[in-house]
Design a protein around this ligand. Structure first.
Ligand code: GLN
Length: 477
């Protein structure tokens, strides 16, 4: 298996103690041994082996590119030319894209090796990876538990040594939550910093692609390659790409002022998560961070606003799967093709969301639900504006509980949705947010903490995260 960060691996290739061809074999071996975890939908073994030979050649000729030899697993809702891209849906079971997503094009040009396409909740709708047409996915720390979702396969791939890094998409927490459940770093950049061209759309005003990695440095490195304006996505900003290496704080430099959550929120999370959070704050204060309690007065609106806007956008984005243009088409027996295809082509959660979204957009209810949710979204943005007037970044738990058991919430959609309470607000406000491993629960499952920063302060967020990662690994601190 792959056992180190890309940054360390690269150093060892440069030192001549390992090579990309061997590393790809180690990754493929980990994928084979851990097949029961259900991390991958498609594995690209031969393609990866060829790419590794090319990377070794580049290292030998002293012309390595920024991600040379980095083994990357890609969530299967990101388009890869000539590699099946299913979104874990029967609807796209046989879909072979004719173009690469911009992020895929950029990482490959930078020398990354694509090892395969990872499992997810169908069309990225879910928090547990149980909504996949192919298989459930399992937490590598305990296979009875979910890996989180929707980018569950990507988180497993990194946590179980099947890749150095992975790409995921985050509409309401789908990078950060599985990263927290599997004990890896997950970074959702600011809305517009990374191109969505080639990402199969779920909720276009919330979706963002980002990396899952073993360290903050690796996350910054991948982000630096995939970020930046893209003429194919008019919502991408013209800001320069994210910095590849977060600059360390100088000894004399003031540490950040962190906004922290109050008792009401802490009372609503599990005791393990609370203990970890409080312990992290104590350690950060000992390292010179200051904290100020901030008022997330809009918190009760986060979940309802998210699930109205996300389902509304999803119902519109998924209208294109009609059995005529893409992928799967149901056999019909007099029934119309569109209805028959959509009834069997989509799984239950996707159908539920299409119905919810259609309902909130229907003429009679549009103002009561969709219009109101849009106003609530602006209020949430204002809440963050007030918060960031008092602090440089906020720190909060990534999830209310550690990973839950497979099957525990699947028949209770509301309980599943509530699990996203601490992640959706960053998407609603477009903010950069990141989860880093911070501790373990009493039954040894990973627990993450989340950092969020003002819109487009991605470089600053990574800088703080890098420093905090160091503070947390310093046990004596
Ligand atoms: N769990 C959330 C949902 O089900 C978020 C999904 C995501 O970020 N793609 O909508």
């Amino acid at each position: 298996m792959v056992t180190e960060t890309y940054t360390l691996f690269r150093q060892r290739v440069l030192d001549g103690t390992t090579c990309c061809v061997d590393e790809v074999e180690r990754a493929l071996e980990a994928i084979r041994i851990n097949e029961h975890l259900g991390a991958f939908i498609t594995v690209c073994a031969d393609r990866a082996r060829h790419a590794a030979e090319e990377s070794d050649r580049r290292f030998r000729n002293s012309t390595p590119r920024p991600l040379e030899g980095m083994i990357v697993a890609i969530k299967d809702n990101i388009s890869t030319r000539g590699i099946r891209t299913t979104c874990a849906s029967r609807m796209l079971d046989s879909f072979l894209p004719v173009y690469d997503a911009t992020v895929v094009e950029r990482i490959q040009e930078a020398g990354a090796i694509i090892i395969g396409k990872t499992n997810l909740d169908e069309f990225a709708m879910g928090s547990s990876n149980e909504n996949s047409f192919y298989s459930v996915a399992r937490n590598p720390h305990n296979p009875e538990f979910v890996p989180g979702g929707s980018s569950g396969g990507s988180a497993i791939a990194v946590a179980a040594g099947m890749a150095h890094t992975a790409l995921g998409s985050d509409t309401g927490g789908s990078i950060r939550q599985p990263a927290a459940f599997c004990g890896v770093v997950g970074f959702k950049p600011s809305y517009g910093r990374v191109s969505r061209f080639g990402l199969v759309a779920f909720a276009s005003s919330l979706d963002q692609i980002g990396p899952l990695t073993r360290s903050v440095s690796d996350a910054a490195l991948v982000a630096s390659v995939i970020s930046g304006h893209d003429p194919h996505d008019s919502t991408t900003s013209h800001l320069p790409p994210i910095e590849a290496a977060p600059s360390p704080f100088a000894i004399s430099e003031q540490r950040a002022r962190l906004g922290v959550v109050g008792k009401a929120i802490l009372d609503s999370v599990s005791s393990d998560v609370r203990r970890t959070y409080e312990d992290v704050l104590d350690r950060l204060r000992a390292h010179g961070y200051s904290t100020v309690e901030v008022d997330f007065f809009s918190i009760d609106a986060w979940i309802p606003t998210y699930y109205i806007l996300a389902t509304a956008e999803a119902s519109s984005n998924l209208a294109r799967y009609d059995g005529i243009r893409y992928g799967f088409r149901a056999d019909t027996d007099g029934e119309d093709i569109v209805t028959a295809t959509r009834t069997v082509g989509f799984g239950p959660e996707v159908r539920r969301r299409i119905m919810l979204g259609t309902y909130v957009l229907s003429a009679g209810y549009y103002e009561a639900f969709y219009g109101k949710a849009q106003r609530a979204r602006r209020w949430i943005v204002e809440n963050y504006r007030d918060i960031f007037a008092r602090c440089d970044a906020v720190i909060l738990p990534t999830t209310p509980t550690p990973a839950f058991r497979i099957g525990e919430k699947i028949s209770d959609p509301l309980a599943m949705y509530l699990n996203d309470v601490l992640t959706v607000s960053a998407n609603l406000a477009g903010l950069p947010a990141l989860s880093i491993p911070a501790g373990r629960s009493s039954d040894r499952l990973p627990i993450g903490i989340q950092l969020q920063a003002p819109l487009n302060a991605d470089d600053y967020l990574l800088r703080i995260a890098h420093d905090i990662e160091r503070c947390l690994s310093d046990r004596a601190g």
